[in-house]
Design a protein around this ligand. Structure first.
Ligand code: TYD
Length: 399
């Protein structure tokens, strides 16, 4: 395996086994043609970058059937309104234009429509891009890569802000994406992005953040080292509560902007937790194996006691848990979810049926496995009746 940035050889330190497409919810007739890949992860010593070895072609995931809609979580809609407000407060200074990478259904960019700045989203998945367009968000239905970006000649070195959320870790050719940013960004421009954070994944043992779409799991140290190679620099780091612990990164051209005071504190904290070196990988691997062992034992005991178990929220993350721990319909009867595109299909790999939320309320299980543990508060508020009926929430992370 070679590091996707430096090209240097790295040894995968663990495999999660054969994995299907995390968002590849499928019909019975498609079971026999399901795609699997060996999900191995490695760590680049030089730039402290945690990454997947093999990954499917992005076109297999981001196409006309992408079943993830940012607007499906009220908390996330609010988060994106706050993210936009933060950008306006901190980085709006003669700003004329802003580009979002991976703009999904336009939830984030909608917040800029009242400002007189030009905003454009790049979104490769046609179904979600169409929703954004319908919502009045200008969307280019293409991947953000150098080839597509360099066609925007009038924005060459004239773009003030490029931003993203939960999108950059999806891009295997990260170098090419950075060339695209370099093409667009003006001298004083900033690239702001937030992603699930390696430090949180390590602390929570939330290994389910690793799946085909998440090629990288970033830390401040890794992002600093990556952009140093491209004559840019990390100038700020801000922790975020989203996705069970994320980080917002701010990058500028080298020497053009001041670095924040909190930057070195977070980088020091990462050093202390060994996130900058291989030691953390050994520990993480052990933690994942222990977590799997504990979970299997817990579920087995529930079944022995005759408990009915359902899954709550058919997340991409659930695909990693179910396939890594080999949990099928012998343990979980169904997974309920709000997404029309997933309902009446089956979960990738382990083929657990997906049902509407109504089914959960009408067929109340004894135990609900919360796969969207990152949306815990929103879901607990909606499902108060489950608790009052003596239902029990569980997950592989602490709830
Ligand atoms: P998320 O954790 O954002 O998913 P992923 O792991 O794919 O990034 O959760 C999104 C999924 O959870 C989506 O399928 C919808 C479902 N969901 C519910 O069913 N009910 C809810 O209240 C919420 C917030 C999400």
């Amino acid at each position: 395996m070679n590091c996707k940035i430096t090209g240097k050889k790295i040894k995968p330190f663990m495999s999660f086994g054969k994995m299907p497409i995390a968002n590849g919810f499928l019909k019975k007739k498609d079971f026999k043609n399901e795609f699997f890949f060996e999900m191995e992860v490695g760590f680049s010593k030089e730039i402290s970058l945690f990454q997947l070895n093999n990954h499917p072609n992005p076109k297999l995931m981001f196409n006309k059937n992408y079943p993830f809609f940012t607007g499906s979580s009220k908390v996330m809609v609010k988060h994106f309104a706050n993210y936009a407000k933060w950008i306006k407060n901190n980085y709006f200074n003669h700003t004329k234009n802003l580009i979002e990478i991976g703009s999904n259904d336009g939830t984030f960019l909608k917040n800029f429509n009242s400002n007189k700045i030009k905003n454009i989203g790049f979104e490769p998945s046609k179904n979600v891009a169409d929703i954004a367009t319908k919502n009045g968000v200008k969307t280019i239905n293409k991947f953000f890569n150098y080839k597509n970006v360099s066609k925007l000649k009038n924005l060459k070195n004239k773009t003030d802000i490029i931003c993203a959320a939960n999108a950059i870790c999806h891009v295997p050719n990260l170098k090419d994406l950075i060339y695209g940013i370099d093409f667009l960004l003006n001298k004083n421009g900033v690239f702001i992005f937030e992603e699930p954070y390696l430090g949180s994944m390590f602390k929570k043992v939330s290994y389910d953040q690793i799946y085909d779409e998440h090629i990288f799991m970033f830390s401040g140290t890794a992002v600093k080292k990556i952009f140093d190679l491209f004559d840019m620099e990390l100038i700020d780091l801000i922790k975020q509560p989203t996705h069970g612990g994320s980080m917002r990164y701010v990058v500028a051209r080298k020497g053009q902007r001041d670095r924040s005071k909190s930057l070195s504190n977070i980088l020091d904290e990462e050093k202390l937790n060994n996130l900058d070196n291989y030691k953390f990988c050994e520990q993480f691997k052990m933690n994942c194996e222990n977590s799997r062992h504990r979970l299997k034992k817990l579920l087995k005991n529930f079944k022995k006691d005759g408990k009915k178990i359902a899954g709550y929220a058919a997340t991409s993350k659930s695909t990693t848990v179910l396939n890594y721990c080999k949990i099928g319909t012998d343990i979980i009867d169904y997974i309920c979810d709000t997404t029309d595109e997933k309902i009446n299909k089956y979960s990738p790999g382990m083929h657990i049926p997906i049902a509407p939320i109504k089914h959960f309320r009408e067929n109340v299980p004894d135990i609900a496995y919360l796969f969207a543990w990152n949306h815990k508060q929103e879901i607990f508020n909606k499902e108060k009746e489950f608790i009052s009926k003596k239902g029990k929430w569980i997950s592989h992370v602490d709830l």
